[in-house]
Design a protein around this ligand. Structure first.
Ligand SMILES: [Zn+2]
Length: 449
């Protein structure tokens, strides 16, 4: 902890907690008490009023209205504030954020890594303490964050998104020969951001390769995409046998497969093949959503309501418009399916320029107010997210409860001004985020005492 704190103190957000930590011999004895806070626990729609929450080391060890303030490392008066779980981002691409498409296609892994570190710090300052990363080489970034060299959320890495020839991640130049037919390895495969495979043996190798690198879960592209240069949106990608091979290899390793898919055809084949989570789903019909609810398949969905982006080609924009049209209808269906497991994610990628990606993160959460209450939005981003992270089973890099405020949970906490269940700006406006804590360490501290 001593080492970690020194590393953190070299960065911009020096916490006053750091100096307290340095005074301690054993980090497990660090105790931080939040007093008089209202608690949103990540699950229930009512705040627990005027209570005290004790953090010991990296865990929440007591939630009580009794006076606990003896011999604490620090006591924080949280009157007028809400203590809530850190936000769980359902779908990020840290390695592909803060860069342009041509950076990715040219293969600038060093630049991508540096930009991803900037994005990770920015994301943490948005209150995001964990993220499911849905493709991109983030293993190095994750290690640097976990070691305390740079700031960022906990990363649940998928590694390379696995795609078929002509699928979502086939970013080769048009006349570049297929690697499986004697062509050179595509740049995006070399940099670990995606992997092009056809057939069961290659699928098995691709999945096992990501697991070897430390993936928490496996990501396949099983249907048409917006950003893919050559795949029509209506296509179903991979065969049932290829998908079954992937899910078997992941299951044998103790984890699961999640899939990029918009359409019902693509998603139903993937569910038949044993996948557990669908990323996107903006074009799913009611029958498929009901099937997902019945079979306990998770939906990780994003508010794609921008129907035309300047960064895309006319063909890609046409596909984006179709996805955009479907978004509202699927959110309305979700509202009717009380048992469907849903998390909110943003899918921010290709967002060159500091701060652009993270501002989109906030904007997207606010966009959800068109369909959901602040409670529903926050539950999708905390309690539900924490439940989904556990699907990685023994491959979960951060075992323990996340996304909830309860005894024994990991101490990823936000102290925000006001009541976020009444006014979402308590979490979406940075100035209202007074304390950001991850794993018991405070990374932002602007509380006035
Ligand atoms: Zn994505």
């Amino acid at each position: 902890m001593l080492k970690k704190c020194i590393a953190i103190s070299t960065l911009l957000y020096v916490s006053s907690f750091c100096s307290s930590v340095l005074a301690q011999d054993t980090p497990s004895e660090n105790t931080i008490l939040f007093t008089n806070v209202d608690v949103f626990d990540g699950v229930n729609d009512e705040l627990i009023r005027k209570t005290n929450v004790l953090v010991t080391g990296n865990k929440i060890t007591s939630i009580s209205t009794e006076n606990l303030s003896n011999n604490m490392t620090r006591v924080i008066d949280g009157s007028g504030h809400t203590l809530m779980p850190g936000i769980i981002e359902g779908h990020s691409h840290l390695a592909l954020s803060g860069v342009t498409f041509s950076d990715v296609l040219m293969g600038l892994p060093g630049y991508q890594s540096i930009q991803s570190a900037v994005m990770a710090e920015d994301m943490l300052m948005n209150g995001v303490t964990s993220t499911r990363d849905m493709s991109g080489e983030v293993f190095s970034l994750k290690r640097a964050i976990d070691e305390g060299s740079v700031m960022g959320p906990r990363i649940y890495a998928s590694g390379a998104m696995i795609s078929q020839t002509s699928g979502h991640a086939d970013f080769r130049a048009f006349n570049q020969k297929n690697p499986m037919l004697g062509g050179a390895v595509p740049v995006t495969d070399m940099t670990g951001n995606s992997l092009l495979v056809d057939g069961v043996p290659k699928m098995l190798a691709a999945v096992r390769e990501q697991l070897r690198l430390g993936a928490s879960q496996i990501k396949l592209a099983v249907g048409g995409s917006v950003s893919g240069p050559v795949d029509p949106l209506d296509t179903t990608q991979f065969t049932l046998e290829e998908i079954q091979a992937a899910t078997t290899a992941a299951k044998n390793w103790g984890t699961y497969v999640t899939v990029h898919g918009y359409t019902s055809d693509a998603v139903n084949q993937a569910i038949d093949g044993g996948i557990k989570v669908v990323e996107h789903g903006q074009l799913l019909d009611r029958k498929t959503l009901r099937r997902m609810e019945k079979e306990g398949i998770w939906l990780s969905i994003q508010p794609f309501t921008e129907c035309s982006s300047p960064n895309l080609t006319p063909a890609q924009n046409e596909k984006e418009a179709m996805v955009c049209k479907g978004t509202g209808g699927v959110y309305e269906e979700i509202k009717k399916l009380s048992k469907l497991k849903v998390v909110h994610g943003t899918d921010i990628f290709i967002s060159p320029g500091k701060g652009i990606g993270v501002s989109k993160q906030v904007e997207q959460m606010e966009r959800l107010l068109n369909w959901f209450t602040p409670y529903e939005i926050l539950k999708m981003s905390t309690g539900n997210g924490g439940e989904l992270l556990k699907l990685s089973g023994p491959r979960n890099p951060y075992p323990g409860d996340l996304g909830v405020v309860k005894n024994g949970a990991l101490a990823d906490l936000l102290l925000v001004k006001g009541n976020p269940l009444q006014d979402l700006s308590a979490i979406t406006k940075r100035e209202n985020l007074k304390i950001i804590m991850k794993d018991g360490v405070i990374y932002k501290d602007t509380i006035e005492q």
